[in-house]
Design a binder for this molecule. Structure first.
Ligand code: GLN
Ligand code: ZN
Length: 760
């Protein structure tokens, strides 16, 4: 019989119980025993839920107190030597020290898990790194699952993916040289799991969906050969992309099963069905583990019929990837529009979809006729609903003529027009948008939400904050001011709430890292701007000062990237819809006298596809989306963008293609490395490299700022250089912000004087 299994279930809990536990423990409100007990209860709840829903092979090891890549480092006994911890005796406090740092050592570096918004802790590899199997934590969880009467499948990060995800620290060496020792360690882990009664073990190798260097690819066959001796059945899991180009290699591996992501890459199934080995299981990841849409069961059944006829019980059913990236339970959403709700499925609902698919495959469509009718109806209503389709939006997109994403003139002409009215000093100073979200701001927002403060009261509270921000910036002597974003809870939510086509959940949280969860909005329909979004705040701010105030918008790519996006349109089209809605706002701002406008795109690089071959297409539509949002503006209107905390070196031409007049960009943490790249590439427009790392309460000294600015001046002509912090200041407090910005302005003034002397 076809088996239903999961690669992983969300670990945070339907009400973010894990976050409560972690944060209470960190604050010492609860002790270690209470933390571990709470975690155990959470795991058990999730397993029982899966058991009740018909999952026949439940994942073990998908739960984590912080991060599963850190857990993998503990299991193989390879913790960064700088901490001096022993994995075999690691305490809970030490575990969290690795994740969050302690008085002596900074935390492990954190970076994005493939193309998701989850962040993992990066292993640190050195030529001296050794491994020692430490299966105890996983065995304990395996016993917990077994005690509940579940058939359990331990989940491990595959050895090649674990190695790949780590970074070399210290002297350069080839990470692959660690592989033989790591494989010995995995063999021990597998043997221990087998001895504890595991029949199957899942090894996740998502790196198969990347552009792998030849030597890494070549390492798969011998590695899995070495693991094949273990007395367990191995299920090799690929996900986040197609692996058809490796079909021959994967079919020949000595593993008992292979999982494919058939949501991201449905067409790859055929390549695997062709002479699929008679002894292997094929796990079809046909339910979207990355998104919130209800499956089209009829279509999925059709897509699996041939596979089922060929493989019978060797065809397994699963979500495309771990459900970690999906909110937990739609049933909790009591405020969602009822029709919209019929189109959605969160993790719990996806389990039911798997069960239905299995019945449909085995007993035929008639056996699930009412459910299929329900699914068909949901699909049909989604296709036809006026809630989704706004003919005006579609028409506007089709009307877009070639070149309609272009400003009237090229940058040099625009720059001249802007200089003429802005009349800024050389090295103009500005900030990235937000100022500290003070207790007063948060209290006013909360009171407004609770209905204790009326709209007028809330507006005047925000106006007071704006005035405060403007006065402080004037006193500091900044050149281009911002209103401070007091009225914004979140840079995506604030805009999404005011646009059509966006919905917000109450509990649709997904883990971003550690205890941090995000609640991405759901873009379900055509996006339009019913009325101006920010104009009144910007205009109010401008009315208070003679300095130029910079309008502040979240860009189309970031709005897309940080949401659950509808799956019935290409992402490009959704992005362009958002761009046109933002363009309406840009033109209204301009009309209202706001002639400097920043369109933030911190997530611009995040959208890059996993395979380089797909980059050009993405960058073409993403940069077009940005240009569309700024199009039609007068040459004299200065368009800024902002980006942060990402590698930008490899996409500089695509950043230049956005054609913003000014880009402010995070650089201070990378010691201006990025600037060298901007210099080498000869970035054509204006640029403000961040000279103040806002992720720390530390106030940068004048000397530090001066050093950074001098480095910048060495590669960027003074006429095109701006001075600003790395990012928005909303997480900081006013005293440190004022001190840091005062230093920034003081250094800038000195440099200006020096530049004037050299000219004279
Ligand atoms: N304008 C936003 C702010 O200052 C930008 C935030 C971001 O880059 N993530 O808060
Ligand atoms: Zn930023």
């Amino acid at each position: 019989m076809t088996t239903i299994h999961l690669l992983g279930f969300p670990r945070i809990g339907a009400r973010r119980e894990l976050k409560q536990l972690q944060e209470s423990y960190w604050k010492q409100d609860i002790d270690e025993a209470a933390l571990l007990k709470g975690a155990r209860e959470l795991r058990q709840r999730h397993w029982l839920l899966q058991k009740g829903a018909g999952v026949e092979l439940a994942p073990v090891g998908d739960f984590s107190l912080y991060d599963h890549v850190l857990d993998a480092q503990v299991l193989v006994g390879a913790l960064p030597a700088r901490f001096g911890f022993d994995a075999a005796t690691l305490s809970t406090a030490q575990y969290f020290a690795l994740a969050r740092g302690n008085a002596h050592q900074p935390a492990l570096e954190m970076t994005k898990w493939f193309d998701t918004n989850y962040h993992y802790l990066v292993p640190e590899w050195q030529a001296e790194t050794t491994f020692a199997a430490n299966p105890a934590p996983l065995l304990a969880q395996l016993r917990e699952a077994q005690a509940l009467g579940l058939k359990a499948k331990p989940v491990l990060l595959g050895p090649l993916t674990l190695l790949w995800l780590g970074k070399v620290k210290g002297a350069a060496f080839d990470r692959l040289s660690l592989l033989p020792a790591l494989l010995d360690c995995y063999r021990e882990l597998l043997a221990a799991l087998a001895a504890a009664g595991a029949e199957w073990v899942q090894l996740d190798e998502p790196i198969l969906a990347l552009d792998l260097p030849a030597d890494w690819l070549a390492a798969f066959a011998p590695s899995y050969q070495a693991l094949a001796e273990a007395p367990v059945k191995l299920l090799l899991a690929s996900y986040f992309g197609g692996v058809a180009e490796h079909a021959k290699l994967l079919k020949a591996l000595p593993v008992a099963g292979l999982h494919l992501d058939l949501v991201r890459a449905p067409q790859q199934l055929d390549a695997f069905l062709a002479d699929w080995p008679a002894d292997k299981v094929l796990s079809a990841g046909s339910i979207d583990g990355r998104n919130v849409w209800r499956a089209d069961l009829s279509a999925v059944l059709t897509s699996l019929e041939a596979a089922h006829a060929q493989l019978d019980e060797r065809l397994w059913l699963a979500p495309s990837c771990s459900l970690l990236h999906c909110p937990v339970d739609l049933a909790q959403e009591t405020e969602l529009d009822v029709e919209l709700k019929t189109w959605l499925a969160f993790a719990v609902q996806k389990l039911n979809e798997l069960k239905l698919l299995k019945r449909g495959l085995i007993d035929g469509r008639d056996a699930i006729a009412p459910e299929l009718a329900g699914s068909d109806h949901a699909q049909a209503s989604r296709r036809a609903s006026p809630r989704i389709h706004r003919p005006s939006v579609a028409a506007r997109l089709t009307r877009l003529a070639d070149g309609s994403d272009r400003r009237h003139s090229p940058y040099p002409q625009r720059a001249a027009a802007q200089r003429a009215w802005l009349n800024l000093p050389v090295l103009p100073t500005t900030t990235i948008g937000s100022f500290p979200q003070t207790a007063e701001i948060r209290a006013a927002r909360a009171a407004f939400k609770r209905g204790e403060l009326d709209a007028a009261g809330y507006d005047s509270a925000m106006q007071r904050e704006i005035e405060l921000a403007i006065r402080r910036q004037e006193e500091l002597g900044l050149d281009v001011l911002v209103h401070g974003e007091a009225e914004r809870n979140d840079m995506v939510e604030y805009f999404g709430e005011q646009l059509s086509g966006y919905a917000f959940t109450q509990y649709g949280w997904v883990q971003s890292y550690g205890s941090r969860c995000v609640k991405p909005p759901i873009i379900y329909g055509d996006v339009e701007r019913p009325q101006p979004l920010t104009v009144r705040w910007a205009v109010y701010a401008q009315s208070l000062t003679t300095y130029p105030v910079k309008g502040m918008l979240t860009g189309p790519v970031t709005m897309l990237q940080w949401s659950f996006v509808r799956d019935d349109l290409p992402r490009r089209e959704v992005c362009w819809q958002i761009a046109l809605a933002l363009n309406d706002e840009v033109l209204d701002l301009e009309n209202a006298g706001i002639r400097v406008i920043q369109i933030d795109e911190p997530a611009y690089r995040e959208g890059l596809p996993l395979k380089q071959a797909d980059w050009a297409e993405y960058l073409a539509w993403a940069s077009a989306a940005f240009r569309l949002s700024a199009t039609g503006t007068d040459d004299a209107t200065q368009i800024h963008t902002h980006m942060c905390y990402s590698e930008f070196n490899d996409i500089l031409p695509a950043i230049a293609a956005m054609d913003a007049d000014v880009i402010t960009i995070e650089t201070s943490r990378s010691d201006m490395e990025l600037l060298t790249a901007f210099g080498d590439f000869a970035y054509p427009n204006e640029i403000g490299p961040g000279v103040y790392d806002i992720h720390s309460p530390r106030v940068p000294s004048e000397t530090e700022i001066e050093t950074l600015l001098e480095k910048a001046l060495a590669v960027i002509p003074a006429e095109r250089l701006w001075v600003n912090p790395d990012c928005g200041l909303k997480t900081r407090g006013w005293p440190e912000v004022e001190a840091a910005l005062a230093n920034m302005v003081a250094v800038t003034r000195r440099l200006r004087a020096r530049l004037a002397e050299t000219v004279a």
